[in-house]
Design a protein around this ligand. Sequence first.
Ligand SMILES: [Zn+2]
Ligand SMILES: [Zn+2]
Length: 256
Amino acid sequence: MKVTVVPSSVSAVGFGSDQFLISYLINDSVAIDAGCLGFFGTALEQSRVRHVFISHTHIDHVASLPIFLENCFDGRADCVKLYASQNVIDCLHQDMFNGRIWPDFIAMSSPATPFVEIVPIVSGQVLNIDGLTISVVSVDHLVPTLGFVIDDGKSTVVIPSDTGPTDEIWRVASSKPNLKAVILEAAFPDRMDGLAKISKHLTPATFGAETAKLPRDVTMLAVHIKSRFRNEVVAELQALGLSNLIIGEFGKVYEF
Ligand SMILES: [Zn+2]
Ligand SMILES: [Zn+2]
């Protein structure tokens, strides 16, 4: 399985080392979150993505969604499918596609020329899309949030999205005999543990505690590190001594 950590910052020489916004591409046609999906590559490249899962409504996960849907629109009936909980769909409709921030692409999606097809999903659901089996599992974040366990038959990769300490997704992941990698957040340094707790994010210490809930040989790809604290968080993650830790690089394609 090919997983691209979509870059969201640029420097004079290419992609920056900060992850301001969150999107992951699975192979070429499935995306998890649309924080920076609509700012990546060309409109034609974006239009190869046919299925977008939205974990939750925070802006770092949905910021470029209107731009992405506009870039994909070509007037054909076969449009992008957007998978999200009903709670997320309602928020996106009321707060983003409301005719003020952006045109109401949801109401404008007539059968002849749709911008987007909305597919409500719930925790516990399993979907089969383009050779992937995607299990949907609730995690523990400040707003209703879904994580994803993605299996292509050879490898399973877990993208919990934003979460504090959690359990159910690790239970589902551990049931997969081919579990290869977890793309896990480490938002704040350990000294900001209080902030991490109230905002339901992880620190390196709690990242380590979540890792201990998984089989030992699973690759842990650390992402969603708040940019102002990146060096501190990376040093603390490396001090955990996990042999299977990778600090996520942006624009990089990982093969699992
Ligand atoms: Zn969030
Ligand atoms: Zn986030």
